[in-house]
Ligand binder design. Sequence first.
Ligand SMILES: CC(C)(COP(=O)(O)OP(=O)(O)OC[C@H]1O[C@@H](n2cnc3c(N)ncnc32)[C@H](O)[C@@H]1OP(=O)(O)O)[C@@H](O)C(=O)NCCC(=O)NCCS
Length: 282
Amino acid sequence: MGGIALQEFLWWQQYFSRSDWCAIELIWMDNSACFQPFGKPELLPFILFFTTCSPYTPSMESLYIFGAGEFAQIACSYFTEEGKYDFKGFVIDDEIAESTHITVMGFQVHKYSEIVNKLIETKTKVFVAISATQMNKSRANVYFRLKAEGCRFATYISPMAFVSKHASIGENVFIFEENVVQFGASIANNTILWSGNHIGHQSKIGSHNFFSSHVVVSGFCSIGDYCYFGVNATLVDHLNIASGTLLGAGSLLLGNTENDSVYIGSPAKKLSGRDPYKVVFK
Ligand SMILES: CC(C)(COP(=O)(O)OP(=O)(O)OC[C@H]1O[C@@H](n2cnc3c(N)ncnc32)[C@H](O)[C@@H]1OP(=O)(O)O)[C@@H](O)C(=O)NCCC(=O)NCCS
């Protein structure tokens, strides 16, 4: 192989993970026409070398999920199917270790105290997969604790979501399939977008929020922290949503909200005397 072909291969190599290259090899072996984009079938021996034993091949980053409950297992299925991370197992607090299985989905469940030092020393990424309990405070508390320890966080964006290149996405964010995050929108840390939400252009979403499913946030909205949006909730454009807002399922919000309040109905009205932090999400 000439110098130019090797250079070209090294250039392509930076864009693919080990699993991508293995898939490319298999496709090539099955149907050499599929290799046409590279136009250099003679590169195959080099690809085999680079994907198996070359020090140049980028190795997959390891990942642990904090939590072992329902959301943790769902997150695990998405991360492992995506194949970008080498998923190592779940982490739970020592206090609940006795009431939790030793393995979940075939992966080991580790006690926090036994693994935290390793996570920090090896700079291994963690995803905190705790649902919306207490308006996301439970998840936020763990996120802050791990952050203070020096942990790094993963973010998951489904390949079936549309996220504008002009949008910004924080850490420990999980974006399920069929979400649309438009031009100029931002989503801060530790926020969950379950499937099918619309985050309109230039809307700013704070930290520790939870969007159930099929929520529409129209353009130019500003959303604080610790909010919860029930399924099919709708927000018209240019709203200011205070921290601790809970918008009920199917509700249509036409105006701004007050801190730590529950809104329901169409048009949505404040449910007086209801503390969102005491709502139990089933
Ligand atoms: C808003 C919500 C949290 C209120 O829960 P709650 O505080 O336990 O309230 P209750 O069920 O006791 O209902 C209180 C009143 O509000 C009404 N109400 C509750 N949710 C409503 C909603 N989304 N829209 C309109 N009215 C609603 C109830 O009918 C009830 O009316 P009543 O007093 O006349 O009988 C809850 O109904 C909700 O919408 N949860 C979100 C569910 C969801 O989207 N889950 C997604 C899971 S991924």
